[in-house]
Design a protein around this ligand. Structure first.
Ligand code: GDP
Length: 200
């Protein structure tokens, strides 16, 4: 898919403040500092579109970007702190949980970022457990920062995650990507997937 236009649309602090559902939405989420803003800028080809964070976890707004006037890229606030609570949903930003649970069919797909260099992190495991069990939209995994280590180490990391985490999820991810904002790995694959899901 070619990106012809990418424009910031609006920011929303809550689900109620989100724009009325119109175009298909593709959401991006991950732990703070996982490389989400860098990936979004890589995908849309605009360096400053999503603000690369200097203070991890600072951005708590849902940001909407209109892409090619055809679909919306939704930048969800990163999760960054672990709490152990009975209500698993309470571990994540309320607006994020509401959006992922209740946005409806306009949310076509979520991309969950995982740092490719790390062993499975508790917070990612908790988030994916909740996402797979409590929400309906299809999702994929995106292993970020792949340039920071060898391809074989990244593959081992993906395999370990698959064995130790994905195997226990109520709904499996649709696809798995490896990406790098430095060498652009994964860009055409993710955009190709979005294009296919849009039917273009
Ligand atoms: P966010 O908090 O998830 O939005 O993460 P950012 O995009 O702000 O990135 C966090 C830090 O990781 C920044 O210092 C980025 O420059 C760095 N970073 C992000 N993506 C990559 C990548 O693919 N490769 C490398 N080497 N560094 C990255």
């Amino acid at each position: 898919m070619k990106i012809a236009t990418a424009e910031f649309l609006t920011s929303a602090p809550t689900l109620a403040a989100c724009p009325p559902p119109a175009a298909p939405e593709f959401a991006f989420i991950g732990r703070s500092n996982v490389g989400k803003s860098s990936l979004i800028n890589l995908l849309v080809g605009r360096r400053g579109l999503a603000k690369v964070s200097e203070t991890p976890g600072k951005t708590q707004l849902i940001n909407f970007f209109s892409i090619n006037a055809a679909w919306l890229l939704v930048d969800l606030p990163g999760y960054g702190f672990a709490k152990v609570s009975k209500d698993r949903r309470a571990d994540f930003n309320e607006a994020v949980a509401d959006y992922l649970e209740q946005r409806g069919e306009v949310l076509r797909h979520s991309f969950v970022l995982i740092d490719s260099r790390l062993p499975p992190q508790k917070l990612d495991v908790a988030f994916l457990g909740w996402l797979a069990a409590e929400t309906a939209a299809p999702y994929s995994l995106v292993f970020s920062k792949a340039d920071k280590q060898s391809k074989s180490k990244t593959q081992l990391s993906v395999q370990r995650f698959s064995r130790e985490v994905v195997a226990d999820l109520a709904r499996p991810p649709v696809a798995t990507f490896t990406t790098s904002a430095v060498n652009r790995e994964g860009r055409s694959e993710i955009l190709g997937t979005i294009g296919t899901l849009l039917g273009s």
